[in-house]
Design a binder for this molecule. Structure first.
Ligand code: SF4
Length: 217
């Protein structure tokens, strides 16, 4: 089986396993996802979803958040960790949206990348989830799973994994595929325990199935 064939089969099986998998950050406007992805660094999505409720109650739109003092934002977002740098990035980002994009989130990968605190992972997430464009989101689950499965070999650097996956994953499948990897990584192909290969829908395809080598890869 070629890597492309393997990728298609993995996509197919994960679709059946997690038909409704989507972004686990709550948002109803594009700028809110931008805020949440910044808060999600080294924090769980569940905690971010709670913290942003208070943030949006206090600052309900881009203009309000752009005008908010950084220390007030920090007070609210500090349960997510790295409060000062996250608050600083969110404030700077909202000011740019207000001043350069009429309060909208730019529908352009390179422009997203220029926003404070937005890296390739976040920019891809926004492109895929908000704009329905091709996207590969290489978070920790994605990197661990594609290495274990054998879609890439020994590549840990997020941008390199992303580039390798662009060659294997049909563009229109990328965003949902990555969301499904998150679900599978949390429930089955876990990081902190031995992966549960015995109940994995990929176990006859996966390179690491049944080997202790699956752990922490
Ligand atoms: S077979 Fe095991 S190592 Fe492979 S994807 Fe499934 S749980 Fe992970």
């Amino acid at each position: 089986m070629t890597k492309q064939e393997l990728a298609l089969e993995v996509i197919d099986r994960l679709k059946k396993e997690y038909p409704d998998a989507g972004c686990t950050l709550d948002y109803n406007e594009a700028w809110k996802l931008l805020v949440s992805v910044r808060l999600a660094a080294q924090c769980t999505d569940a905690r971010v979803n709670v913290v942003v409720e208070k943030l949006y109650e206090t600052y309900p739109d881009v203009d309000a958040l752009a005008a908010a003092p950084v220390e007030k934002i920090e007070e609210i977002v500090k349960p997510c960790g790295l409060g000062h740098s996250k608050a600083r990035d969110i404030s700077a980002c909202m000011k740019i949206l207000r001043d350069q994009y009429k309060g909208q989130v730019p529908e352009n990968f390179d422009e997203l990348l220029k926003l404070p605190g937005v890296g390739r992972k976040s920019a891809n997430l926004i492109m895929g989830d908000v704009f329905g464009k091709p996207a590969i989101v290489t978070d920790t689950h994605c990197i661990r799973l594609v290495n274990r499965i054998g879609l890439v070999e020994g590549i840990k650097e997020p941008k390199k994994v992303e580039m390798a996956l662009w060659k294997l994953i049909p563009p229109e499948e990328g965003s949902d595929f990555c969301h499904r990897l998150v679900f599978h990584g949390r429930d089955v192909c876990t990081a902190r325990t031995k992966p549960h290969c015995e109940r994995c829908c990929l176990n006859d395809l996966c390179e690491k199935n049944g080997t202790d080598g699956g752990r922490d890869r």
